[in-house]
Design a protein around this ligand. Structure first.
Ligand code: EPZ
Length: 421
């Protein structure tokens, strides 16, 4: 186990490059199951979740090669064990993304029950309802979900609630179903559009991705070309908040600014100067007095739930008070108790947090929980007086590539050390 020790008080300045987006890489890796022959994927971040996904594919029979040029070659055209085992699914629920591709390509799948996680129960009923409507026979027991299908048929399916991986699972399955499938009330996240663009580059016929209704016309086979995964908008947003919270001046490169418009707008409303260029966003908070701003999380293009914790930390030291309402997940306030240990003034009422700005946070020993809550504690440590120790940092490593290296390059003082019991 490892922990981070952060010395607070430095103003961050400089430039940082984004890595590839975890939440785009994970579905694209799963979609290799649909292909005839190898996929060549570049710009994948070096994160535990990506490693876990590659282990999962390998455990099913995919051949994986790491090339000198940074591209990873995945040949999933000879899956012999269409199964996502408990040991892998328990560490990464996005393993469920192999379900749609396996049923569509191999006619069967055995997926460990994903269970909930820190931020909510996270059911997959929409995924299963769609696949069942496509003709999959689905049974389950306490440990596994079993799916089999002789031949899937096209559907017209409306999601009861917007679901990112639900949209991705059904969209992937539909690419090989003869006929026209229509998916309604789909997620519009950039990562969904990225997956569709990738699959279309392989010969799929997907229209409307990024909008509410997606139409997929099935094709006989898919063949990959080389593909670089798009950059991570949540990582970009996190580093912009790091610049803002430390009254610093930070430029984040290699990001498509249109994927973080609402984050840039929120920072401007909080009194931060923001400069947007074609593939970078820059914050200058050197003379900013931060003003508290309400946050209401929604599916894209609304304010992303994956940035809620980071903006809560920013609001804890902003002048005034605000309400942060989490509407996507039912339990995404794990960071509140830890921020309170550092002096934050936060009152919780169901899915609403009322935050009153304080003049400063004070370093403390805190523990990380889910991925984004952990990032919010790192941000708090950057401004907390004295030192902050963050335990259980494996959560952070699931979603942020070399977080302390990138922040130290901007002037932070963060040490990663082993925890010796
Ligand atoms: C994706 O999770 C992301 N993960 C999450 O990022 C992100 O927070 C979330 O979308 C929302 O943007 C990946 O892309 C790998 P949902 P996902 O299905 O797809 C309910 C991170 O930090 N729901 O859009 O699992 C669900 O309970 C992670 O990188 C059902 O009820 O989220 C939730 O309340 C955390 N039934 C809401 O919909 C279903 O079948 C949205 O969930 C599916 C979802």
């Amino acid at each position: 186990m490892e922990r981070l020790i952060i010395k607070g008080g430095n103003h961050l300045t400089g430039e940082v490059d984004c890595s590839g987006a975890k939440n785009a890489g994970l579905p694209i890796l799963a979609s290799t199951i649909l292909l005839d022959g190898s996929a060549f994927i570049g710009n994948l971040p070096h994160l535990q979740d990506i490693t876990t996904k590659l282990e999962l594919l390998n455990s099913m029979g995919s051949a994986i090669n790491f090339h000198e040029d940074g591209f990873i070659e995945i040949d999933s055209s000879n899956i012999v064990v269409p199964e996502a085992r408990y040991e892998l699914v328990k560490t990464m629920r996005a393993s469920i993304l192999v379900m749609g591709p396996l049923v569509a390509k191999y006619g069967k799948a055995k997926i460990s029950q994903p269970g909930g996680c820190d931020i909510g129960t996270r059911p997959i009923d929409f995924h299963l309802a769609g696949l069942e409507q496509m003709g999959a026979e689905i049974t389950s027991d306490s440990k596994y979900i079993y799916l089999k299908a002789k031949k899937l048929t096209p559907i017209d399916f409306e999601f009861p609630k917007v679901s990112v991986t639900g949209t991705e699972n059904l969209m992937m399955a539909a690419t090989l179903i003869d006929g026209v499938t229509v998916l309604r009330n789909c997620a519009k996240e950039p990562e969904v559009l990225e997956l569709a663009n990738y699959l279309n580059s392989c010969g799929a016929k997907i229209e409307g991705a990024g909008e509410s209704n997606i139409t997929i016309t099935g094709v006989k086979s898919l063949k990959a070309d080389r593909w670089n995964v798009l950059f991570d908008r949540i990582e970009a947003g996190t580093y912009l908040v790091a610049g803002a919270i430390t009254n610093g001046h930070v430029k984040v490169n290699k990001i498509n600014p249109s994927t973080i418009n609402i984050i840039s707008e929120k920072l401007i409303q909080m009194g931060v100067k923001v400069n947007i260029d074609k593939d970078s966003v820059e914050v200058d908070a050197t003379s900013s007095d931060l003003k508290a701003q309400d946050i209401f999380t929604e599916p894209f293009p609304g304010f992303p739930t994956d940035m809620q914790a980071q903006f809560m930390t920013l609001n804890t030291i902003a002048a005034g008070n605000c309400t942060i309402e989490e509407t996507v997940f039912e339990n995404r306030f794990q960071h509140v108790s830890q921020l309170r240990k550092m002096g934050a003034d936060i009152v919780l009422n169901k899915n609403k947090a009322s935050v009153t700005g304080v003049s400063n946070l004070v370093g403390a020993n805190v523990s990380a929980s889910d991925l984004r809550a952990s990032a919010s504690l790192v941000l708090a440590g950057l401004v907390g007086k004295n030192k902050t120790q963050i335990d259980d940092i494996y959560h952070i490593d699931r979603g942020y590539e070399c977080i302390e290296e990138k922040l130290n390059k901007l002037g932070a003082e963060i040490i990663r050390e082993p925890v010796v019991y």
